[in-house]
Write a protein that binds this ligand. Structure first.
Ligand code: PSU
Ligand code: MN
Length: 312
């Protein structure tokens, strides 16, 4: 018995030639954005990587087969099919044994990337502690994966549909190494700053890679979470987004949405309420994270290849 695994031609070549690779998740495509904008986003993300000399490895499950790197018809399928399941870590065994078509979340993308020796991953926002988690106990598996998988993860913080203060506390409890790229403030996805507790600032790709490598040398199991704020020109200020998020949370309760449907429901409600502006912001920050992730992947790749490196 073995797991069915397919590497795209480009990913295979990258491995043979030791080229830098960047992992990308597919839930953001299948469940985080509507068609056809999601496909445009996914295609643009891949071309940003390629223009920087980095090979994109978008991860998904098709017919129970784990795919690392998608061909364009596969990206189209993930973007457009209504039958794609949302697969987090705990569903990986199910999805691969029962032949599912599935989009991978942050937690499952990290596990698969790690299994395939891909060390850098860019996403939009991580999952975290949901509002009213004291009653619902709804906390994303992303936090657990971040505490257990050694990886460089680039995101724009977490969005304020979550309880950001509790999310930050839990990241601390679970020993996740959080750094802010050119900022001291944990970003809140749509806005550049959450106004919450200070995080440690790093100012270059080189510093980010050094923090990651030292975390590994110290044998810490956790990820290094790079928080990269949305570009200024695309930010939605907290004064504007907060009331919209409140409305979405009321609709969530009214419709009795729970479990893994919560995040996609909230994203869609916010998109409708902002008449598409939230989607533009989402795409902008996610592409910005792809760019930073690709630059970090290059830096890490160069460092690993240097003679005398323990990580050759
Ligand atoms: N945040 C976004 N867009 C998304 C997600 C998070 O802005 O699409 C997705 C990611 O795949 C993340 C998942 O891993 O939602 C978290 O879902 P949950 O809250 O059910 O753990
Ligand atoms: Mn949940």
């Amino acid at each position: 018995m073995s797991i069915k695994l397919k590497l795209s031609k480009k990913v295979r070549e990258a491995k043979e030639l030791s080229l830098p690779l960047l992992a990308l998740e597919s839930t953001i495509i299948a469940h985080g954005m509507p068609y056809p904008k999601n496909l445009e986003f996914a295609t643009e993300a891949e071309s940003i990587c390629e223009s920087l000399g980095v090979v994109p490895a978008t991860i998904a499950i098709l017919g129970g087969e784990i795919c690392v790197g998608l061909e364009s018809f596969e990206l189209e399928k993930i973007s457009n099919s209504k039958k794609i399941q949302k697969v987090s870590s705990r569903e990986l065994g199910l999805a691969t044994s029962l032949g599912w078509d599935g989009a991978t979340t942050v937690s499952s993308t990290m596990r698969i990337a790690r299994n395939n020796n891909i060390e850098v991953f860019s996403t939009g926002g991580i999952g975290g502690v949901h509002q009213q988690a004291d009653q619902t106990f709804d906390i994303s598996q992303d936090i657990l994966a971040l505490s257990q998988v050694s990886m460089l993860v680039v995101s724009s913080g977490a969005k304020s549909v979550l309880d950001l203060a509790k999310t930050l506390e839990l990241l601390e409890t679970f020993g996740v190494s959080v750094v802010g790229y050119k900022t001291n403030s944990f970003p809140s996805f749509y806005s550049r700053s959450s106004g919450l507790g200070k995080i440690n600032r790093v100012d270059s790709h080189k510093e980010i890679v050094e923090v990651f490598i030292n975390n590994q040398l110290l044998e810490l199991p956790c990820s290094t979470l790079v928080s990269n704020p949305v570009p200024v020109e695309d930010e939605i200020p907290p004064t504007k987004i907060d009331s919209i998020i409140k409305k979405a949370l009321i609709a969530l309760k009214k419709n009795q949405i729970t479990g893994k449907a919560v995040t996609p429901f909230l994203l869609d409600a916010i998109l409708k309420e902002t008449k598409g502006k939230s989607l533009e912001t989402n795409i902008s920050l996610a592409l910005n994270n792809v760019k930073l992730g690709a630059e970090i992947a290059k830096e890490l790749n160069t460092k690993r290849k240097r003679p005398g490196s323990r990580f050759q």
